[in-house]
Design a protein around this ligand. Structure first.
Ligand SMILES: Nc1ncnc2c1ncn2[C@@H]1O[C@H](COP(=O)(O)OP(=O)(O)OP(=O)(O)O)[C@@H](O)[C@H]1O
Length: 230
């Protein structure tokens, strides 16, 4: 479902003539199978976020290939990437990334507007999704009127609304207390089991890493360990 071949990336910082090259990912290859939860761990600065940004297409790799569902995303132009994301990928971020001036309903509905879904269909699908994440009665609340766990559920509902086969998550429980974290991890497992959604999750939290069917450890931009956890 996701295939990474010989992926390398570096950042160039500083002004012309005094540039420094920072190699961040060094010849990484791995696969994520359909229906799998893959977790990627590693210390701060090991390249986890860079890897997720590359898979998302937010940045382009210096070298190597990224294939998702048979499409070579590392070669798509911006317009095709945007279209690809809306049909194939859902995103969950540590900081939720909800739009503060929109209600829970409007935040979840937004991807359907981008997809061109009709008014009536949008209302029905958005309500169904809010129900699924247990937040229908909070649909008119703004993000600031919701707890951290509820905000993360809104962001998951927004990710799920377009039925993505894959969800990419960046420290999904990083802003949650341990009880809420446990609830969210159970919910991710349910989504994986019941809907077959494939997850690629980066984290430095062992509890999150443990929900992975497999886990990869990055160190200094390289894979140092790849193992089956469950
Ligand atoms: N836009 C950028 N420009 C220059 N250097 C960058 C950029 N983004 C990341 N880096 C560098 O790349 C390295 C890897 O960063 P990355 O954010 O991928 O690590 P990480 O494992 O996700 O860390 P954390 O767990 O702290 O988020 C770091 O040395 C960082 O300073």
């Amino acid at each position: 479902m996701i295939t990474i071949n010989n992926l390398s990336h570096e950042f160039v910082i500083g002004k012309k003539g005094r540039q420094t090259i920072i190699p961040v990912l060094k010849n990484i290859s791995f696969k994520v199978e359909k229906g799998e939860i893959m977790t990627i761990v590693g210390r701060s600065g090991s390249g986890k976020s860079t890897l997720l940004n590359l898979v998302s297409g937010f940045i382009r790799p210096k070298d190597g290939e990224i294939w998702i569902n048979g499409t070579k995303v590392s070669e798509l132009n911006e317009a095709k990437l945007a279209d690809f994301r809306i049909h194939h990928l859902g995103f969950i971020f540590q900081s939720f990334q909800l739009i503060p001036s929109m209600t829970a309903f409007q935040n979840v509905e937004l991807p359907l507007i981008l997809k061109g879904v009709s008014d009536r269909e949008r209302k029905q699908q958005t309500e169904e999704m809010l129900e699924r994440v247990g937040l229908l009665e909070y649909q008119d609340h703004y993000p600031s009127e919701l707890s951290g766990g509820q905000q993360q559920r809104v962001s998951i509902a927004r990710a799920l609304i377009v039925n993505p086969p894959i969800i990419l998550a960046d420290e999904p429980t990083g802003s949650l207390d341990s009880e809420t974290e446990e609830d969210l991890l159970q919910f991710i497992k349910e989504l994986n089991r019941d809907l077959g959604i494939t997850f690629l999750i980066i984290t430095h939290d062992d509890k999150v890493a443990e929900i992975g069917h497999r886990t990869i450890e990055l160190s200094d931009g390289k894979i140092v360990e790849e193992g089956v956890l469950v």
